[in-house]
Design a protein around this ligand. Structure first.
Ligand code: NIG
Ligand code: FE
Length: 416
């Protein structure tokens, strides 16, 4: 081995490591990771490291008995919101559907009212608690969508909160503009006018401020049509903003194939994805983001076509979809368990979905999602016996330390 740049800032030694490079465990028994300048400078077996002469780092962390895995990349969340929708959960338990509740003015519209009412500071404080929790559960990179403001002022307010979270917390935040999440009440019956507002006013404003990395749309009968989605994607693409889509969640509308035409980063949900849609995604290299929390909470019975996606080699990511309506799920390990039990993923596929494929869905797979030389030093030390324990166990958190950009930012005693 060569490490002419030594001493490194910090070395983690005597850990079992699953690198997740190319989506596989790639296990290194008794491994070590050398970190400097926020990046992984070296990864290999501890014996090679010990053979080297002279000091190797300012700080050496003995990880005997622990596993090191890439930090979770949660590539689909709506984690900024105010208010609760547990009343809707109770309504659904009594037989109402998600669509029924949305048509009666509840659902997303209920959260829009609460978010418009809330100050930026209040939203920031509520979301901060969620981010702290995410880090304590091993998430080192998170996507955050707007979409509960639905006018320029309130969408910008949500994205400003996402920006403040990015400044305040060590984890990486990838903000997404989701102005086309639902029709705001003041545009009832005038969906095309609202799409015009997004295209002519909101998108240019968001682009100018540089506060969103991508544009998302909810394409569904209770949200926006294929035609409207196409107009929105055309406008976003013209501004140089990548697109992604809430696609085929409640019905098959052909929206995944449309997203593929625009080289979308990802299509998300996909319970009703057709074979043609899956082929279009494969052809265009679109990542499938599976959201088993929403599937579970809505008691959906139609599963995404996981076998087709695997056969067609479409990368599959898993995410919390954290939101107050369909997925109040705050933990990636729980999502991995659901991915295995409900969708039939292997534990290795679930971990790849929560790490490298999540990074792919955000266009960040060159920097994040696996443990390889030159990548960001974002990883988690776990008190587990095997990587599969994360998918297998429920309700326990085995995080020992969370390392983000080479710094220990959390240990099992709390934030450092
Ligand atoms: O991903 N499908 C649309 N959006 C969210 C739900 C948002 C809400 O109900 O507040 C989702 O499931
Ligand atoms: Fe969502």
């Amino acid at each position: 081995m060569t490490h002419t740049q030594a001493p490194w800032d910090i070395v983690f030694i005597h850990a079992d490591i699953a690198t997740m490079a190319r989506g596989r465990y790639n296990i290194i028994k008794d491994g070590a990771i050398g970190v400097a300048q926020k990046k992984i400078q070296w990864i290999g077996t501890s014996d090679k490291l010990q053979a080297s002469p002279g000091p190797i780092a300012d700080e050496i962390i003995d990880c005997t008995g622990k596993w090191i895995l890439p930090g979770f990349v949660d590539c689909h969340t709506h984690l900024i919101w105010a208010g609760s929708r547990s009343n809707e959960f109770e309504m659904r338990l009594s037989g109402a559907s998600y669509e029924d509740i949305a048509k009666q003015g509840g659902g997303i519209a209920a959260t829009v009212a609460a978010v418009r009412e809330a100050s930026e500071d209040r939203l920031f404080n509520i979301a901060s608690r969620r981010i702290n929790h995410f880090i304590s559960r091993g998430t080192t990179c998170v996507e955050i969508k707007s979409g509960y403001g639905l006018d320029l002022e309130n969408e910008l307010k949500m994205l400003a909160v996402a920006d403040r979270l990015a400044q305040r917390f060590p984890l990486h935040v990838s903000p997404t503009f989701l102005g086309a999440h639902a029709l705001p009440p003041e545009y009832k019956g005038r969906a095309d006018d609202y799409v015009d507002l997004i295209i002519n006013t909101m998108l240019p404003g968001i682009k100018n401020q540089g506060i969103a990395c991508a544009v998302d749309v909810f394409c569904e009968s209770i949200a926006f049509s294929i035609e409207q989605t196409k107009r929105l994607f055309t406008a976003a693409t013209d501004l140089g903003l990548p697109v992604k889509l809430h696609a085929e969640q409640l019905s098959d509308s052909g929206s995944a194939a449309l997203a593929a035409q625009f080289n979308a980063l990802s299509c998300d949900h996909l319970e009703y994805l057709s074979l043609d849609g899956a082929k279009a995604m494969a052809h265009a290299g679109v990542t499938a983001v599976l959201l088993p929390g929403a599937y579970y909470m809505l008691k959906e019975t139609q599963k995404p076509p996981v076998e087709d996606l695997i056969r067609l080699r479409v990368p599959m990511a898993l995410a919390t979809d954290l939101n107050p309506g369909t997925s109040p799920v705050h933990d990636m390990a729980t999502v991995m368990n659901m991915g295995c039990v409900l969708f039939g993923l292997t534990c290795e596929q679930a971990l790849a979905g929560a790490t490298i494929n999540g990074a792919k869905a955000l266009g960040l797979d060159k920097q994040k999602g696996s443990l390889e030389t030159g990548k960001d030093a974002d990883f988690v030390l776990w008190d587990i016996d095997a990587p599969a324990d994360l998918s297998y166990q429920m309700g326990i958190c085995c995080v020992n330390k969370v390392v983000i950009a080479g710094k220990i930012t959390y240990n099992s005693h709390g934030l450092t």
